[in-house]
Design a protein around this ligand. Structure first.
Ligand SMILES: [Zn+2]
Ligand SMILES: [Zn+2]
Length: 147
């Protein structure tokens, strides 16, 4: 008896859904629309409330980049003045090299790398930064060396 009731309820719900299909879809769409506005509003409020934090972050980013260009300028001047001598790429010995700064606060401490090895190094650095899995050192690391 009870089972029959449950079935009837299910049946009823199904037929209700079929009968009111359009209405249900419209309702859902309306909900989504208002929700979208809500989330837009939320991010707008976030921007207002965190104006200072966002500003601070931008400033920090700019300062960091300034550091970087500064280090490059100093290294360039040092090369020009003969205080810093270009070395072949530490990976492949290519003579066309770029100066890589492991630490921008030490502009004269550079690693010499050819263009492609320099790019590889930066790509790996980025990957390590964004993929904590790499830090753990798992299978994916072997995909890089093929072993
Ligand atoms: Zn190289
Ligand atoms: Zn670099």
């Amino acid at each position: 008896m009870e089972l029959k009731t449950t079935n009837n309820q299910k049946e009823y719900a199904r037929s209700y859904q079929i009968r009111n299909r359009e209405q249900i879809i419209a309702k859902r769409r309306k909900y989504n629309d208002s929700h979208r506005e809500e989330s837009k509003e939320r991010s707008r409020k976030y921007r207002i409330l965190n104006k200072e934090t966002i500003k601070e972050k931008k400033k920090l980013y700019r300062a960091k980049n300034h550091y970087k260009t500064n280090a490059q300028k100093i290294a360039y001047c040092a090369i020009r003045d003969g205080n810093l001598v270009r070395q072949p790429c530490i990976e492949c010995g290519d003579l066309k090299v770029e100066a890589h700064h492991p630490d921008y606060s030490k502009p004269l401490e550079v690693i010499w790398l050819c263009r492609s090895h320099h790019r590889i190094l930066h790509n790996e650095e980025k990957r390590r930064q964004y993929e904590p899995r790499y830090r753990a050192g798992n299978k994916r690391q072997h995909a890089l060396c093929g072993g």
